[in-house]
Design a binder for this molecule. Structure first.
Ligand code: MG
Length: 374
């Protein structure tokens, strides 16, 4: 029986994780949960699982665990084997650090943890003898493939991308797309930030960085292919030039279950994929010139230092401004590129320096947005 703590329990990853726990009661037990703002849903879920150990991280006061400190305490005091981190954005880094500091295995859906502090987080995991099990569907696929085929035989990684809401939108129309348009994701039903990131390909950019850091490969050995059906979750190319793919129905419960059961593969409640029924699988090259967030991420990953922190922070600020209709969709890469012009070469020595770089990049992004666009 694995005891699981679910962070971000009311979000799309959290609810999928809870479904996996609920449907496999002989394997998993929920021992704690957190949400950011949705107290009603948090309390309902806690009652359903008969689990009184919860925290509302976005609340300043209350007669239960709350705020950033409450979340830290929840992680430190929960008797669990695995922490599922489904918190969105840079806010997910600190809980990841806390979990690893406590020697807990981390089922990681929060890609920012790796994008912002990949080296430091991996070092911490190694020091405390815990595992980082990727839950991002692409990285879960790559992780499983690399583990099975052997890292020494892997030449490169191919990440698949749905292409997002604007994959068929002509370049000249991209400047006038609305927030509502950007929130229509073709495959996945996720939170607003990640859905907009999918539309701009910033999500795939973050995933390129995540793959580079997580699997310790050169950025030039991480390729991206648009695969609108999202059936192949990613591929590896072995040194003999052959590709190996992971295929299933697009359902986040698969990578979550995989992280929970690793290194085992177990029968489960999820729908089995019938390849004869799937219809077409198609692939094409991303439009790098029209979706600049992707090449900008690759450049940031190559430069290392604090560039990936700056990339993530600038994008988060730009997306927030786009949601508030302060900037256009096509301004997101302009803001990011501007922030990346600064000197971010110094590698962060510790987590404090990571958070300082994150703050600085956000400041630069918001100054640029108010100076240039408002
Ligand atoms: Mg993904």
């Amino acid at each position: 029986m694995k005891r699981i703590l679910v962070l971000g329990a009311t979000g799309s990853i959290g609810t999928s994780g809870l479904d996996v726990i609920e449907n496999n009661p002989s394997r998993f037990k929920l021992v704690g949960l957190s949400a950011h703002k949705n107290l009603d849903k948090l309390k309902q879920t806690a009652a359903k699982f008969n689990c009184n150990n919860y925290c509302l991280s976005g609340l300043d006061s209350g007669d239960f665990l709350h705020g950033e400190e409450g979340l830290k305490k929840l992680i430190e005091t929960s008797d669990c084997d695995i922490v599922l981190n489904g918190i969105a954005g840079a806010a997910g880094l600190l809980p990841s650090i806390t979990a690893l500091n406590c020697g807990k295995d981390l089922a990681l859906a929060n890609k920012e943890t790796i994008v912002m502090a990949g080296y430091l987080v991996k070092e911490l995991a190694k020091k405390n003898n815990c595992r980082i099990l990727p839950v991002d569907s692409e990285h879960s696929a790559v992780f499983n493939l690399i583990e099975k085929y052997g890292k020494e035989y892997v030449d490169s990684i191919v990440l698949t991308a749905s292409g997002g809401a604007f994959r068929n939108t002509p370049k000249e129309q991209l400047a006038s797309v609305t927030v509502k348009d950007a929130l229509k994701h073709p495959t996945w039903n996720m939170g607003p930030k990640i859905t907009i990131d999918s539309a701009s390909l910033a999500n795939k950019g973050l995933e390129v960085i995540e793959a580079v850091r997580l699997f310790d490969v050169d950025a030039d050995h991480v390729d991206v292919v648009i695969h609108p059906q999202s059936l192949i979750h990613s591929l590896i190319r072995t040194k003999d030039g052959v590709l190996y793919a992971q295929i299933s129905i697009p359902d986040m419960r698969h990578p979550i279950l995989s992280a929970f059961t690793w290194p085992e593969y177990v029968p489960n409640h999820l729908e089995v994929f019938d390849i004869a029924q799937c219809g077409e699988m198609t692939f094409k090259k991303p439009r790098y010139d029209d979706f600049r967030m992707l090449p900008l991420a690759r450049e940031a990953a190559k430069k290392s230092g604090r560039y990936t922190i700056a990339y993530n922070a600038a994008n988060e600020e730009a997306v927030a401004a786009f949601i508030k209709e302060k900037i256009k969709f096509t301004d997101i890469p302009i803001v990011t590129e501007q922030v990346l012009q600064a000197d971010w070469t110094k590698e962060p020595a510790d987590f404090d320096e990571v958070f300082a770089a994150d703050n600085l990049a956000r400041q630069k992004a918001s100054d640029f947005i108010s100076g240039e666009f408002c």
